[in-house]
Design a binder for this molecule. Structure first.
Ligand SMILES: *Cc1c(COP(=O)(O)O)cnc(C)c1O
Length: 432
């Protein structure tokens, strides 16, 4: 028997999208401006030049609906195994006994094992083209740091990564991956920055946080005109770059006559959700329900407050209007390091405020349980972050079963969990 046409939908390399989709062009209301952290006045493009190159700043403020993907970035999307397949979770459907069809977009494949490379490549490319020598960044679980390290290697830039201490200790192999790609990795808070030294002096036993690591990376970039900062999520230009995921998914669904009723992704800073869902919001509008799955350890959408806040703990980044737990929020040391960010992308925050998507929050144990079920059904060990999307997809499929309703669920498998085995072991040992 031949596999059915919707078992796995592949596309040839030449069908990688030529343009990203900019959701800012289709917002019901314009975004509130970012504020200069010192003056609290709307930020000017020049104010951002200490941290970002001009092309990135232009994209951050852009209201153009479609933005060209540079040829050099498109070529390297092939290196990251784009276009990634859209696959049907037949075994999981059978295991759940649901009439729902479940599809997942495979951002877990490729050398990096997560979606983060989609923006890392673009950011490294624009900075290299602008004549920069190196990039600095933060990383939580390490996926973003690994992605930026490889992208910098490809485009000939140096790379310094501040890795949140509790991940640095729990995920030593991520550090090795970054080291293989030539990056310089510090456990954050570190002694490499003034801010890091201050935090260490006040609280030597801190777990660290993304907010602290961002402050350290910004401090280093601000001190050298040839060094810029790169952020792995939250900002508008990162959401833009990630839309390659959703644009491919739409083409794949069209090729297999799939029309989604529900689209799901996990949310930390919002980039894989934005990348997966924004293009579909434009394509399907309210005919499809969009669900953001967050961690109950940092429930910025379901429990946070919408207000201006800093992107980092040291109050160095521009202030953004977003759903936030507060920039001093210290999340517990959950394994889904990528979901421990205190704020939410301003664009995703707006989609949520306007009712274009809903949100659910899950605790760690129930998401690992969902991840285990998925691994046993499909053979793929998902990233702890992605387990949140899987949990939401399973809940939807079970609701469809209770109501004997056919529906089509698509979710984004943002990454694999092969370097997160410590978390799985703890789950299996009953230690979570
Ligand atoms: C970073 C990361 C996330 C969370 O970040 P978003 O910007 O919300 O996408 C989710 N899944 C994986 C695999 C990640 O690496």
């Amino acid at each position: 028997m031949n596999p059915p046409k919707d078992a796995r939908i592949d596309m040839p390399a030449e069908s990688i999208p030529r343009k990203w989709y900019n959701f800012a062009a289709d917002l019901p209301e314009p975004l509130e401006p970012m504020l200069n952290p010192k003056t609290r006045e709307p930020i000017r493009k020049e104010d951002m030049e200490a941290l970002f190159c001009k092309e990135i700043i232009k994209q951050e403020f852009s209201l153009e609906r479609h933005v060209d993907i540079p040829a050099e970035v498109r070529d390297n999307y092939v290196t990251l195994c784009r276009p990634t397949p859209l696959q049907r979770a037949y075994h999981l459907e059978r295991e759940l006994g649901t009439p729902a069809k479940i599809f997942f977009k495979r951002e877990d494949i490729g050398p990096l094992g997560s979606h983060k490379g989609n923006s890392a490549l673009a950011q490294a490319y624009y900075n290299a083209k602008a004549g920069m020598e190196a990039l600095t960044t933060e990383t939580g679980a390490g996926q973003w740091g690994s992605a930026l390290a490889l992208a910098c290697k490809i485009f000939g830039l140096g790379c310094t990564v501040f890795m949140v201490r509790n991940s640095y200790e729990a995920k030593p192999y991520r550090k090795t991956v970054m080291g293989i790609y030539g990056a310089d990795v510090h456990s954050s808070p570190s002694k490499a920055t003034e801010y890091g030294k201050r935090v260490l002096a006040e609280n030597p036993d801190t777990n660290g946080s993304l907010g602290i690591a961002i402050s350290e990376a910004c401090e280093l970039a601000a001190g050298n005109p040839k060094v810029k900062y790169a952020l792995g999520s939250v900002l508008n230009h990162v959401m833009l770059h990630q839309t390659v995921i959703g644009l491919e998914t739409i083409e794949q669904m069209k090729a297999a006559d799939i029309v989604p009723d529900k689209a799901i992704a996990c949310v930390g800073g919002g980039s894989n959700f934005a990348g997966f869902c924004f293009p579909m919001m434009r394509e399907y509008g309210r005919d499809c329900q969009f669900i953001a799955a967050e961690s109950s350890a940092t429930p910025s959408l379901t429990k946070g407050e919408r207000r201006y806040d800093y992107g980092d703990t040291g109050c160095m980044t521009p202030m953004m209007m977003m759903y936030t737990m507060g920039h001093e929020f210290m999340p517990s040391g959950i394994h889904a390091g990528g979901l421990r960010y205190h704020g939410m992308s301003p664009l995703v925050s707006e989609a949520y405020r306007h009712g274009m998507c809903s949100a659910v929050a899950y605790d760690q144990t129930e998401t690992f349980e969902a991840g285990m079920m998925f691994a046993n059904a499909e053979g793929i060990i998902p990233a702890p972050e992605s387990c949140h999307a899987i949990k939401a997809a399973i809940d939807c499929a079970l609701a469809a079963k209770r109501e004997s309703r056919e529906e089509t669920i698509v979710f984004n498998l943002s990454g694999h969990g092969l370097i997160d085995l410590y978390g799985y072991q703890q789950y299996m040992d009953g230690k979570l």
